[in-house]
Design a protein around this ligand. Structure first.
Ligand code: IPM
Ligand code: MG
Length: 347
């Protein structure tokens, strides 16, 4: 049995996480979910977005399934729950898979998740605030290793995005990445972040594994999201040494919360990434979602009129009619997506 912590969070985070849990349960009975509370409501009661004792419990789990939380930027002392968890659980690598579910194409963004401008270190005086952009050798090395392994597994290359013509930290970062990639014979193509944005809009599908530091990764992954038709379908994984956390990249969408119309696909595919991580059958979910979107009705963000639960039911039906892997030889097509997370980053 694998023990998975569940933090549904706020707004549609609750609905989509419940949807993902149902789909996971349709694939495997080897997961036990343990629920924890976190987010702004917890902060209002306890002054922290998640209680210390809960973090200690979560550390003992095999993985975390996360919904979405509201991060207000005008509440003094509020620290985002997801940033807190990334830090507390040492989740240094963020992989976002931006899928074109209708044509079987994907964009991969690997974002360094623990350093850069998100280090939380700053110095503030009366008339000046300095945020420290931390880039360390170890931080760069481990994220480089993550991207290199992905590239190896996909027989692909790395597009390294930086601003090394201006930023000292990026000169340091790029040296480490290039060295790690060379060791494994992985090709690195370098791009400056500003001009790369144009390419990411016009020609998004041919960049291999896009690797970048924290802030650039935050921005570029949202930009790349336009190619998925809706931000509601994009999953992500935050990987650490002993544990990983999976979350759709969308927010808590308070305007549609509770209406039953949130798109659950991003959360469901995050569930697929979670199964990949645990060495279970994540591919079943990927393929079921791909088959479903071609025939089934879609939620309003994708121009349809479906409810969250219609999508969940439809995806589960697809899972139940899935082809047995033993028959793959006869039916192998490009349609079938296999898991590709390198085993060194699985549980
Ligand atoms: C994300 C989010 C977070 C981030 C926020 C909520 C702190 O935008 O996961 O990309 O910037 O990392
Ligand atoms: Mg973001």
């Amino acid at each position: 049995m694998h023990r998975v912590a569940v933090i549904k969070g706020d707004g549609i985070g609750i609905e989509v996480t419940e949807a993902a849990m149902k789909v996971i349960e349709a694939v495997t009975d080897r997961i036990e979910f343990v629920e924890f509370e976190g987010g702004f409501r917890v902060f209002e009661r306890y002054g922290v977005p998640i209680r210390g004792e809960d973090i200690e419990e979560i550390r003992k789990m095999d993985a975390v399934l996360f919904g979405a939380t509201t991060t207000p930027f005008n509440v003094p002392n509020y620290k985002s729950l997801i940033l807190t968890l990334r830090k507390e659980l040492g989740l240094y690598a963020n992989l976002r898979i931006i899928p074109d579910l209708w044509n079987g194409r994907e964009i991969y963004v690997v974002r360094e998740n623990s350093e850069g401008l998100y280090s939380g270190m700053f110095r503030a005086t009366e008339d000046r605030v300095i945020d420290f952009r931390i880039i360390t050798e170890e931080g760069s090395r481990r994220i480089a290793r993550f991207a290199v392994e992905l590239a190896k597994n996909k027989e692909s290359f790395i597009t390294l995005v930086h601003k090394a013509n201006v930023l000292m930290g990026d000169r340091f970062f790029r040296k480490t990445v290039i060295r790690e990639a060379e060791k494994e014979g992985i090709d690195v193509r370098e791009r400056l972040v500003d001009s790369f944005t144009i390419d990411l809009v016009r020609n998004p599908w041919n960049h291999g594994i896009i690797l970048t530091e924290n802030l650039f990764g935050d921005i570029l992954s949202d930009l790349a999201a336009i190619h998925a038709r809706s931000i509601g379908v994009i999953p992500s994984g935050n990987y650490g040494i002993d544990i990983a956390l999976f979350e759709p990249i969308h927010g808590s969408a308070p305007d549609i919360a509770g209406k039953g119309i949130a798109n659950p696909i991003g959360a469901i595919l995050s569930g697929a990434m979670l199964l990949d991580y645990l060495g279970l059958d994540g591919w079943k979910i990927w393929n079921a979602v791909r088959s479903y979107v071609k025939v089934g009705s879609l939620t309003p963000d994708l121009g349809g009129v479906a409810m969250t639960r219609d999508v969940v039911e439809g995806v589960i039906e697809e899972i139940e009619s899935e082809i047995d892997p033993l028959e793959w030889d006869e039916v192998w097509t490009d349609e079938i997506r296999i898991s590709f997370i390198p085993t060194m980053f699985t549980k």
